[in-house]
Ligand binder design. Sequence first.
Ligand SMILES: *[C@@H]1O[C@H](CO)[C@@H](O)[C@H](O)[C@H]1NC(C)=O
Ligand SMILES: *[C@@H]1O[C@H](CO)[C@@H](O)[C@H](O)[C@H]1NC(C)=O
Length: 305
Amino acid sequence: NVQFTVENINSLEIMFFFLLMQICPLVNKAVEDLNTELKTLNVLAKVDKYAEIEYSMVSSPEVSKSSIDLSLKGEFYNIGKHQEPPFSPTAISLPPQTDKMLYIALSAFTPNSAGFVYNKAGVLSLYITDDMVPKASPFRLNTKTFGVFIPQIAKQFPGLMMKLLLKTEESPKVSFEPKNATLQTSATMTAYAIQPNGTLSPLFVLNVESSVTAHLFLSGMNIAGSLSLNKMKLTLGTSYVGQFQVGTLDTIFQMVLKMVVIPIVNAQLEKGYPLPALKKMQLINPQLQILKDYMLIGTDVQFIS
Ligand SMILES: *[C@@H]1O[C@H](CO)[C@@H](O)[C@H](O)[C@H]1NC(C)=O
Ligand SMILES: *[C@@H]1O[C@H](CO)[C@@H](O)[C@H](O)[C@H]1NC(C)=O
């Protein structure tokens, strides 16, 4: 452990209210330099055509003996239309850390504000067609496959291809528990038969509650993720083909999620989301851990000129 005095502070510790960030010793940098450095903070980071992340400071930096704490916002917004979500951040506090130069704590509020923005933008929906199902799949999206489980479908709609619409009903919810980041979503899955003239005949609507585990990692100055299915629960919303046992569709919809939906979401999450960063800052040997209510990145930092 290293103790720093005010004289050799050389250190910047950024702590956020929603998102906490701590930077420790920066060789040959005085506190005054930090003000200059802080001006290079990416206050508004564009993510994609729907969202941006705001990293403005919510209070003045707190200078202690060993570090400087900054409280930053860490909130996703719809581009150009900043609307607050119906939930607020839980306060988080960092245990004293001294091993690394910089600590960034990101509370579950940040990914949850992303879920709110994307759900509100209406982009958390996906049409699934047979060409999206891998060739090697044991099932096809047609009335023959589904007719095995629901005989009425094969009878009323023989020889037709099908289409599914997966749509979130509310914002997905992320929770951070020690060593475990989980995303819960509540969605509907509507199944259609595609008539030869292209008309979609609805077959049924299912409610899909799913829990996925998120593996989070750093990709440069971005935080990225990859999901894997943990649990899925189906219940019947509406049937247009009479009664059937929803449970018989569990296996097929688990495969739809694993083989089609999750790979599409992962391709998106893999691109990552920008972390708060000072200009020309590079992370050296960053380590990421999931703790109660927040994710903590501890890293050394290098400034490249
Ligand atoms: C992670 O947390 C979720 C929800 O809190 C739980 O359902 C799941 O079993 C946990 N997974 C592990 C590996 O602990
Ligand atoms: C398309 O075909 C279906 C089934 O044969 C029929 O009910 C529907 O009226 C047709 N729609 C149009 C626009 O032709």
